[in-house]
Design a protein around this ligand. Structure first.
Ligand code: WTA
Length: 648
């Protein structure tokens, strides 16, 4: 092993862990040697209405491209997450809901959750929603979000959850793209004591083009805040479920039937509708959840992600519930009412497994150790990280201060597209190096390629690709299969291209270095530079804009925008504020530019292409690394941008 600091799980942890140090190499080798046998065996963890006999049927070859897993199997996701636990775990807590307000929480048993899902599934069926119909969910982190997602799966409807922080425009685009008949929302959300106007945003979104497909808006009364209900379109959730039977016949779904769509940012303007299917996704989410988090029957598992992101799908809802686990759902934020909140919730509900994002750790780290140390956290036994590279300092702090040097840390690398975790430590079996996602999960075949696509051996740095399929892989981009193939399978033919850069060290450990495409990872949320640019140029005073990522102490990456104004407009502090607010309104607060530099001109090639490489270097405060600028149409613009740069 190299001399990076190695963290090996304690003997106490390893004594009880699912995987032991000697297991990993052997199991990994078996999983890639005979994927059919391996994944046939793993699939038995689910309840199938018809057991699959065909297991892996995939090809990345462009002339014969297909991805199918368990293709003749039939199952229902809600049955796997609920019904099958009733006999043995009916009274076990399925969901612990912790409100934004620390005074309120709620526990739902598997039996109660099953009944609530069935009632709402019946209500949706009565509205004419059935197999294959799309349903958009725009809800805060309340129990009804879990109920709504599971109810869709009960009747075979395809949900598209849109994060509550997205603007009416972003919501409208996502509703129109998949043609949802139904939108499920709440009067308001609350985060950090402040209301979020969800229903008003839906009203606004449904005035936009392309959203007239929506027949019904279902509204959960959550805060009781004043909203407008528009008859006959808008219906209250509580009246729809009233009197509905608490059982509901589950739809028989083929393993390859669509389960959900989740929009994510790509390197071009329009968000991509990532589509996951039923069988492979659930096998993969449940198996990785159990393995990576070393799940035991009495664990209390808390993933802090919002259900609006893939982590909230796979590791807050589907993975844990398919495994019969107790999952915590938190409505609030880490710093409300104060910065001890996460650890207070851990103590209150005796959380044993905790999964969060580096950005939250860095933000809390800045507050010092006292807010953590005044809580007990004795229940914790494993910590997880996801969403962006975790810097070694944050890793060590998480280990030392939060976990009291007792809890292994699983740094899990994956993507919306991958459905589940692909590169990760298995706590009892793989020693951790702070900052490295370590080794591939069973059945996963990562490779490092150079710019020409040559697969590099041994210690190497380059782009991260996957050489073969795994059951949780996305199957298409909704409505645009060609874009799916072009985006992921054409760059390095025969492989899936992740969009991430990576280094593999001499021990075979993987270190993700971040996105290599035009996607910025802000606090673990993906933002396409093109989305922010098109929002900026939509402003009447803006002629042109270019957006790049920059280093940001808390967020990992920040948004750095260069803006050229129309002739006759003058830069001012007020206009800067106005443009920042404009982007927030157009896309949502997560896309707020951190830096906005006035650019008299942008560096362009003679053919008019913006040279982002140069803009990235200026935003990185590395003006000495601009490289060759001689091919620029007007090299002088670079000097003025360098002179006026905002980060020094
Ligand atoms: C980044 C979130 C380093 C990566 C599950 C990836 C990470 C993108 C890690 C996907 C990690 C996620 N270490 N980078 N442990 N986890 N990323 O689709 O750049 O929201 O491509 O999925 O986040 O983001 P997404």
């Amino acid at each position: 092993m190299s001399n990076d600091r190695l963290h090996t799980a304690s003997p106490e942890f390893t004594a009880k862990s699912r995987f032991k140090p000697e297991d990993y190499d052997r199991l990994y080798a078996a999983s890639v040697a005979d994927p059919d046998a391996f994944w046939a065996d793993i699939a038995r963890r689910l309840d199938w209405m018809r057991a699959p006999t065909r297991i892996k049927d995939t090809s990345y070859a462009l002339e014969d491209f297909h991805i199918r897993w368990y293709a003749d199997g039939e199952l229902n996701v809600s049955v796997n997450c609920l019904d099958r636990h009733l006999a043995t775990r009916g009274d076990k807590t399925a969901v612990i809901w912790e409100g934004d307000n620390p005074e309120v929480s709620e526990r739902l048993s598997y039996r109660e959750l099953h009944a609530r899902v069935c009632r709402f599934a019946n209500a949706l069926r009565n509205l004419g929603v059935g197999k294959g119909d799309r349903v958009t969910i725009y809800l805060p982190m309340i129990v009804e979000a879990a109920v709504a997602m599971l109810a869709c799966t009960r009747i075979g409807a395809v949900h598209s959850v849109v994060f509550g922080g997205f603007s009416p425009d972003s919501l409208a685009g996502r509703i129109a793209d998949c043609g949802s008949k139904v939108v499920i929302t709440a009067d308001e959300g609350v985060r950090g004591g402040k209301p979020v106007a969800l229903k008003a945003n839906v009203d606004e979104a449904l005035r936009r083009d392309g959203t007239s497909v929506v027949e019904t808006v279902i509204v959960v009364r959550h805060t009781g805040g004043a909203i407008q209900m528009q008859a006959p379109r808008d219906r209250w959730y509580h009246t729809l479920v009233e009197g509905q039977p608490d059982t509901c016949d589950p739809e028989r779904m083929n393993a390859e039937d669509p389960l959900f769509i989740l929009y994510t940012s790509g390197s071009t303007g329009k968000p991509k509708g990532v589509l996951h299917t039923t069988g492979g996704y659930l096998v993969y989410a449940s198996y990785t959840h159990e393995s990576v988090f070393d799940l035991r029957e009495d664990d209390v598992y808390w993933c802090t992600a919002d259900v609006g992101w893939v982590t909230g799908h796979s590791y807050l809802l589907y993975g844990p519930l398919a495994n019969g686990a107790t999952t915590v759902m938190f409505e609030g934020v880490p710093n409300y009412p104060d910065t001890s909140r996460f650890w207070q919730v851990v103590d209150k509900h005796k959380v044993t497994l905790f999964y969060t994002a580096p950005t939250a750790i860095r933000a809390l780290m800045r507050e010092g150790e006292a807010p953590v140390k005044k809580t007990s956290r004795a229940s914790l036994r494993l910590l997880g990280s996801v969403g962006e590279p975790i810097n070694p300092e944050a890793w060590e702090w998480y280990w030392r201060v939060v976990g009291d040097e007792r809890c292994p840390i699983v740094d899990t690398w994956w993507q919306t597209e991958t459905g589940g975790i692909l590169i990760t430590p298995l706590a009892g079996a793989i020693p951790q190096k702070p900052g490295s996602a370590t080794k591939p999960f069973f059945g996963v075949k990562p490779a490092v390629v150079d710019a020409s696509g040559t697969v590099l051996d041994g210690a190497a740095e380059g782009n991260l690709v996957l050489l073969d399929s795994w059951p949780g892989q996305m199957r298409t981009l909704y409505g645009d299969h060609q874009r799916f193939i072009d985006t992921y399978f054409r760059t390095y033919p025969g492989t899936y291209f992740t969009g991430d850069g990576v280094r593999r060290d001499a021990d075979g450990y993987y270190w993700i270095t971040g996105r290599v495409d035009d996607v910025i990872n802000v606090s673990g949320h993906r933002i396409g530079t093109a989305e922010v640019e098109s929002a900026l140029v939509a402003h009447p005073k803006v002629a042109e804009a270019a957006v790049v990522g920059c280093a940001h102490e808390i967020k990992g990456q920040g948004i750095y925008a260069y803006v050229t104004l129309n002739k006759g407009e003058t830069p001012s502090e007020d206009l800067r504020k106005e443009l920042v607010a404009w982007v927030r309104k157009e896309i949502g607060p997560i896309a707020t530019p951190d830096f906005l530099q006035w650019a008299p001109g942008l560096p362009k090639t003679r053919s008019g292409k913006i040279m982002r490489r140069i803009l990235r270097k200026i935003a990185e405060n590395a003006p000495d690394q601009l490289g060759d600028t001689s091919t620029l149409a007007d090299p002088a613009v670079v000097d003025s941008l360098v002179k006026e740069r905002l980060i020094r």
